[in-house]
Design a protein around this ligand. Structure first.
Ligand code: AMP
Length: 394
């Protein structure tokens, strides 16, 4: 068992908490604050126990100087302050005198948010490349390190692995909950256990397909990734999205696991991926050359339903169609309806799938919506999770 924030006496200590404040921000307005809300429990606990709270997070990908304005964490500090009913002091730098002075003058229960850790990527990928000096520097600012950012738990960054390597450490409540919920899928999941995989690309999911195919009873494949499988199975997929370099992987999996990998039998097609476009429902041997498949069809939904109805465990990652466009949202909506009507333990992971669940208002009917997409897949694959593995055992 990993140490948690509860295993430390926090009083008077400078506690660095790595949060996941990677939220969508448009013109300074936070569009979805669920990640902020999910982090409150750990921050509140640290304050209640008289810690000096130092928060760190990444936001977006910072590749050039101009990205800094777009990806500043300043709006997060303001909103977080409102949610906590306590001023969150924002430090507009990731290192330096202003930051050190602010920390040195903190009182117990004060909260500081440091600027986006990925600003350090502009200078030779120091954050994402886990630069040793940077991890050491950030660690030098505190006494205890708590990792509460599940979304990056599978990554080796200076702000998680780097700091944890240099300080007594533990996990926060958010990460603890994610582990407990995901373990229901890795430790003797109740059977039948079916996985739904969708989203744009097969390449993101190769690890999970190869690994989970032996653990789950069925994997239902939808979304853009279904078309590489369908082409590998010999169908003409028109101009649907296809990853040619993954065809042999898909063929190999289909040959080996034809009874377990379930592909669409019909799809919704169009010549363009946009609103108000003319759509057709086609069997997969009827797709025309200039058409692309953008959602699963009604017959596929019925087939998938049969594999889901009596399930005891269901995991879903990746929408089965371009759900952002009304015309191609039906499959994702219907599957949300189907899985939430079963008695199964349902776990949804991945930013887009979670967003679909919220958009179509199913969030309260799902057993657990994971805050991490890639992280939840990596957890289920049971590959090493560097930022979790480094955390001290009790
Ligand atoms: P991912 O990040 O790989 O989970 O992909 C999510 C994205 O896949 C969503 O934005 C969907 O719009 C997109 N998607 C789902 N189905 C398809 C499809 N048939 N063709 C192209 N993109 C799709």
């Amino acid at each position: 068992m990993k140490k948690t924030i509860k295993d430390y006496d926090l009083s008077g200590k400078k506690v660095i908490i790595r949060c996941d404040f990677n939220v969508p921000i448009e013109n300074g307005i936070i569009k979805d604050e669920s990640r902020l809300k999910a982090s409150l429990k750990t921050i509140r606990y640290a304050r209640k126990n008289n810690a000096k709270v130092i928060l760190l997070s990444h936001l977006g990908r910072v590749q050039m100087e101009e990205d800094k304005q777009k990806y500043t964490l300043k709006p997060v500090a303001e909103r977080l302050g409102n949610l906590l009913r306590k001023k969150v002091k924002f430090i507009a730098q990731t290192r330096g005198e202003e930051l050190e002075n602010a920390i040195n003058t903190m009182k117990d229960r004060d909260v500081i948010l440091i600027e986006n850790t990925r600003f350090e990527d502009l200078d030779g990928k120091k954050e994402s490349g886990n630069d040793k000096e940077l991890g050491k520097y950030w660690a030098s600012l505190g006494d205890i390190f708590i990792n509460d950012a599940f979304g990056t738990i599978h990554r080796s960054h200076a702000s998680n692995l780097g700091i944890a390597s240099n300080l007594p450490n533990g996990i926060g409540f958010l990460v603890e909950t994610e582990i407990k919920k995901l373990q229901k899928l890795t430790h003797k999941p109740k059977k039948p256990y079916t996985i739904i995989l969708g989203g744009a690309k097969v390449s993101d999911k190769i690890g999970v397909i190869s690994n989970l195919i032996t653990k789950a009873d069925y994997i239902l494949i939808g979304g853009g990734m279904a078309f590489t499988f369908l082409k590998a199975a010999g169908f003409n997929i028109g101009s649907s999205i296809c990853e040619k370099e993954k065809l042999s992987f898909c063929k190999e999996m289909l040959d080996k696991y034809q009874d377990k990998l379930i592909l669409p039998i019909d799809v919704i097609t169009a010549t363009e991926m946009k609103e108000n476009v003319q759509t057709h429902e086609r069997f997969i041997n009827e797709i025309e050359e200039d058409e692309m498949g953008l959602d699963i069809g009604q017959k596929t939904i019925e087939v998938f339903k049969q594999y889901l109805d009596d399930c005891k465990t269901i995991f879903w990652n990746g929408p089965v169609g371009c759900f952002e466009i009304e015309e191609f949202s039906n499959g994702t909506k219907e599957l949300l309806n189907i899985i939430t009507s079963t008695k199964a333990y349902t776990l949804v992971g991945g930013g887009d799938t979670a967003r679909a669940a919220v958009t179509f208002n199913y969030q309260d009917k799902i057993s657990h919506i994971s805050t991490g997409g890639g992280a939840s897949l990596a957890f289920l694959e049971e590959v090493s999770l560097p930022a979790l593995d480094i955390i001290d055992e009790k």
